[in-house]
Design a binder for this molecule. Structure first.
Ligand SMILES: NC(=O)c1ccc[n+]([C@@H]2O[C@H](COP(=O)([O-])OP(=O)(O)OC[C@H]3O[C@@H](n4cnc5c(N)ncnc54)[C@H](OP(=O)(O)O)[C@@H]3O)[C@@H](O)[C@H]2O)c1
Length: 335
């Protein structure tokens, strides 16, 4: 990859396009398992029911790296443009798109609809998305935050509120609480008036990422039993943390950053009567309007996510740091 920055934005201060270029800069995967290359490709055309978005920020996430490694169930045809998620301004709309719903120059985020897997993704200056993958965001919201906030907040909400069915007076436990999903589970629990929250983190310095009042635990010290565990780290730690769930409680399994394998005593699990609930966001359809509502919480300062913003020439180092678990929060590529 070259060290030059991608081309300048062709959007005026008010967000209106001043003419579209014929080509765009993009990061493309040419070989599974190999780093992306900075390429210049023709500007994509929006179909009748699609929207062309000039991206200002694109997320580089765990899932992007799994697809780029070639180990995900969907293997895009090479070369392909990764990127499940991003934010920017609408540059063009298809002939069948409602112009009242998607105005040229409006601030939006894009996510879903096969972006970065079944169709070209957001690691580019422009992306074409179907209308259902486009969500309006407040103009005041920094595009870097608009890009970073959506999928992790949807995952956290689905894990804790929908699948985990967290109730007001309940006590919650969260592993990987300093991570993007984990910290949002903690914040959502506070917004839902959970009784108390136990946050397992690797090091005490991660406390700065969490709201006041959270019980921070760094080791295997015993804790008061929790009603609901949201586990984002998996591996052998899951077996240990299950011991903190009260009999009859629930445990939602979100991720396995600490390992893919775990063993535990089935008699002990059955005696405790803890329900294990695996989360698969690919199969979930969050309620209509939820994404916009959560984005509104970020714009209003009620939710926060850690972000490392990088320029194109730094993306390889950022990917390496993400792969070795050295990033706290989300990596966002700025165009
Ligand atoms: N099930 C689904 O549908 C779904 C959807 C979205 C995401 N996910 C998965 O959820 C997981 C978390 O995502 P994220 O965006 O929150 O990731 P993240 O921001 O990278 O956070 C990862 C967290 O795991 C902790 N961690 C990493 N390795 C660990 C280890 N060996 N022992 C203990 N803690 C460890 C990190 O602690 P430090 O801060 O100390 O490094 C951090 O708190 C990922 O595996 C992701 O793929 C699943």
């Amino acid at each position: 990859m070259t060290s030059e920055c991608p081309v300048p934005i062709d959007v005026q201060a008010g967000g209106l396009p001043v003419g579209l270029p014929e080509t765009m800069a993009t990061l493309r995967i040419h070989e599974f398992g190999a780093p992306p290359r900075l390429d210049r490709v023709p500007l994509p055309e929006a179909g009748p029911d699609e929207v062309l978005v000039r991206l200002a920020a694109s997320v580089v996430g765990h899932h992007d790296l799994t697809i780029a490694a070639g180990t995900f169930v969907v293997r895009p045809s090479l070369p392909y443009i990764p990127g499940l998620e991003g934010a920017g301004h609408i540059a063009r709309i298809g002939t069948e798109v409602d112009p009242d719903a998607f105005a040229i120059g409006a601030a939006v985020r894009v996510y879903g609809g096969g972006l970065g897997a079944a169709r070209p993704g957001t690691w580019a200056e422009y992306v074409v998305a179907s209308g259902r993958a486009v969500t309006a965001v407040p103009e005041s919201l920094d595009p870097v935050v608009a890009a970073a906030c959506g999928s992790v907040a949807l995952t956290a909400w689905t894990a804790a509120i929908e699948l985990g069915a967290l109730q007001r007076a309940e006590r919650l436990g969260v592993t990987g609480a300093s991570g993007a999903v984990g910290s949002l589970v903690v914040q959502l629990a506070a917004l839902h008036d959970a009784k108390s929250v136990v946050a397992w983190v690797r090091t005490a310095d991660k406390a700065r990422l969490l709201p006041a009042g959270v019980e921070l635990v760094t080791g295997d010290d015993p804790v008061e039993p929790v009603d609901l565990l949201v586990d984002t780290v998996g591996g052998p730690l899951l077996a240990k943390r299950l011991g903190a769930v009260r009999p009859g409680g629930r445990a939602v399994l979100v991720g396995y950053t600490a390992g893919e394998e775990v063993s535990f005593s089935l008699p002990a699990l059955m005696a405790a009567d803890v329900s294990l609930l695996p989360l698969n966001m690919m199969r979930r359809r969050p309620p209509k309007g939820l994404e916009a509502s959560l984005v509104g919480d970020f714009a209003a300062g009620r939710l926060h996510v850690g972000i490392e913003a990088v320029q194109g020439h730094d993306v390889l180092e950022a990917i390496a740091r993400l792969q070795r678990g050295a990033v706290s929060g989300r990596v966002v590529l700025e165009w």
